[in-house]
Design a protein around this ligand. Structure first.
Ligand SMILES: Cc1cc2nc3c(=O)[nH]c(=O)nc-3n(C[C@H](O)[C@H](O)[C@H](O)COP(=O)(O)OP(=O)(O)OC[C@H]3O[C@@H](n4cnc5c(N)ncnc54)[C@H](O)[C@@H]3O)c2cc1C
Length: 594
């Protein structure tokens, strides 16, 4: 039976005791979008499911993407027609049915600079892009624009050489919030979801071969225990090879890491009413509207460093500024950069035979390898030993198909019939009844004595679950106050992150439940102590613990922001200095208070 999909951080010990004592059909390792999707896919087929995530939900790549739900126009050029077709179908399903509260259409301008050759080429691509979508159209068709029409929409573009433009539509999402919502929907179908629990080895059955679960470690206490499951599903993104190693298995593929960096600049720095996509020598560059900001990215380079903390370098940031400034009238300045973030794409390369339902893309090994921009974004499923299925590659956009494929492979040798995937028919939490909640926003605002803008902000982030956040405000009207000046987030959202969204630490709130980490020039350090106070009231933190939790966030930010500066990037250094000065000031306050 479906439970209510609440992930209450205060109930963590009960969750861990369920993990240790129940026997599951499927144990998912990894709580990014792929693992959350796999947990939902399996749980909604009626299977008993557990998911363990070593850090926080979406703390890996799934909070560091370009946040687009898209077909991937550029994959057409690589003739990856199947990928584009599947991704466009998924995009439309998410926008129209599964998650209209989270996945929203966004328009892009594609400026053209070569009058004769470019328009027919790009135009034909977009005709194909639109045609692949089919007849149900939750997003508008593409349009041709003259240079003048393009400049009306995007005065930021330099008119020099501009021959015209195409306007087309895709969709965007808060990737971390989406991942969390998928995990909560899995919990609503009785999945047990535990964060800061790492898989450290796998268990084998009496034959010494079949995997029968995993030994896990609670990262909060260091305690280890076993989780029993009929099958284990590995969804560990760029950690996949390490999980294969700890499981002692050789899979038919390995993961190649490609780093992508984004910069965040104020909306006022680029005068345009639409997103933009530009061709670069190696790939494409997006300007993606993000509230009062632009996200500009991305890069695509091989990476071999620390998976947990990918860092942007001087070259990354300079490359992005230079690529953007090739087309802008008013160049983006280093001083415009509010934040820089980096993520790692888990790209797959075949190394042997793949024993699953999907083949690897056939690319060669790392030596003499293709540039990462040319490696296919298709996913690979493998079953290297009975009782263990693993998946990597793919895109955020196609997570639902990835989840279906890996669960199909995982249950293929069960001695009973398992229903097919039902997620195509399954709206995520917060989606059902959205129209009614939107229409009633004014009444909700009056009832709860908050502004209509605040209610609309909540509906935008939580869909129909906005009512749960408003319930907290009814019980404690002080929670209606904004968390930080100039940002729409309310204090109630911090409390809700603890009581419903499994936030255990300040970084869970400021980096992923809210996005102040990338949206604010001080990375949210100025409100870290306030967040610790609200969380601490619910989690029973002493004053000393609150200070320690605040310090932990500030130190994490300082570490994250100093690294790019080590590459001597003036941009990154500027961001780092601002963030660290703010962090120092708050740390001084914490020390004085504590
Ligand atoms: C810069 C960039 C831009 C992108 N933009 C887009 C885009 O716009 N649209 C799109 O569709 N796709 C995009 N992608 C791709 C997309 O973000 C990824 O494909 C997707 O997020 C990968 O999700 P995942 O769950 O496989 O991996 P992750 O999100 O990394 O999740 C893996 C999880 O496994 C956990 N884990 C690892 N080891 C263990 C263990 N032993 N025990 C327990 N847990 C463990 C990790 O902590 C991690 O949270 C982008 C990627 C990058 C890097």
């Amino acid at each position: 039976m479906a439970s209510n999909g609440v992930l209450d951080a205060r109930e963590r010990s009960a969750t861990l005791s369920r993990l240790a004592t129940e026997r599951f059909d499927v144990l998912v390792i990894g709580g990014g979008i792929t693992g959350a999707g796999a947990a939902l896919d399996a749980a909604s087929r009626g299977l008993r499911v557990a998911l363990v995530e070593a850090r926080d939900l979406a703390s890996g790549t799934s909070s560091r993407s370009s946040k687009l739900i898209h077909g991937g126009l550029r994959y057409l050029e690589q003739r990856d027609f199947k990928l584009v077709y599947e991704a466009l179908r998924e995009r439309d399903l998410l926008v129209s049915k599964l998650a209209p509260h989270l996945v929203k259409p966004v328009s892009f301008l594609y400026p053209l600079y070569k009058k004769v050759v470019e328009r027919p080429y790009v135009g034909a691509g977009l005709v194909l892009y639109d045609a692949m979508e089919g007849t149900r159209r939750p997003v508008p068709h593409h349009r041709h624009l003259t240079a003048r029409g393009a400049l009306r929409l995007a005065p930021a573009l330099s008119p020099e050489r501009l021959a015209g433009a195409m306007r087309y539509y895709d969709a965007q999402v808060d990737d971390a919030r989406y991942t969390l919502t998928v995990a909560r929907t899995a919990a609503a179908h009785s999945a047990v979801v535990a964060t800061r629990v790492s898989a450290v080895s796998v268990m084998r059955g009496p034959d010494g071969v079949r995997v029968t679960g995993a030994r896990v470690r609670d990262e909060e206490t260091g305690r280890s225990f076993d989780v029993s499951a009929e099958t284990v599903v590995v969804c560990a993104g760029v950690w996949t090879d390490l999980v294969h190693e700890l499981a002692g298995v050789r899979a038919g593929y390995r993961v190649r890491m490609s780093k992508g960096v984004h910069i965040v600049v104020p909306r006022s720095a680029v005068n345009a009413d639409t997103g933009m996509i530009l061709r670069t020598d190696k790939s494409v560059l997006f300007f993606i509207p993000w509230g009062e900001r632009w996200i500009v990215g991305t890069t695509d380079t091989d990476f071999t460093g620390d998976r947990a903390e990918p860092a942007a370098t001087q070259e990354d940031v300079d490359y992005l500024l230079a690529a953007a400034n090739r087309v802008l009238v008013r160049p983006l300045l280093r001083a415009d950069v509010i934040a820089v973030y980096a993520g790692l794409r888990p790209l797959v390369e075949a190394v042997g035979e793949v024993n699953g339902s999907k083949g690897a893309n056939g690319s060669k090994g790392a030596k003499g390898a293709k540039p990462t921009t040319k490696v296919s974004r298709e996913h690979v499923v493998d079953v290297p030993v009975p009782g263990l299925a693993s998946i990597a590659g793919g895109k955020f956009t196609t997570y639902r198909l990835m989840a279906r494929d890996v669960v199909d492979a995982a249950v293929a040798d069960f001695d009973r019939e398992v229903p097919s995937s039902v997620t195509e028919q399954l709206p995520l939490l917060g989606a059902d009844g959205l129209v009614g909640v939107r229409a009633g926003a004014g009444r909700l605002a009056e009832d709860c004595r908050v502004s209509r803008a605040a209610v609309e902000h909540l509906i935008d982030r939580y869909g129909t679950l906005a009512g749960e956040v408003l319930d907290l405000i009814r019980a404690d009207p002080g929670l209606a106050q904004p968390l930080a000046d100039g940002y729409p987030y309310l204090r109630a959202e911090v409390a809700y992150a603890v009581t419903h969204e499994d936030a255990l630490h300040v970084d869970d709130v400021l980096m992923r439940r809210m996005r102040l980490f990338i949206e604010s020039a001080d990375s949210g350090t100025g409100v870290a102590a306030e967040v610790a106070l609200i969380m601490g009231r619910l989690l029973g933190w002493s004053r000393r613990r609150r200070a320690a939790e605040t310090r932990r966030y500030l130190e994490a930010i300082a570490a994250e922001q100093t690294r790019p500066a080590a590459g001597a990037s003036a941009v990154a250094a500027g961001v780092a200095v601002a963030g660290m000065a703010a962090a120092d000031a708050v740390l001084a306050g914490v020390a004085a208070a504590g």
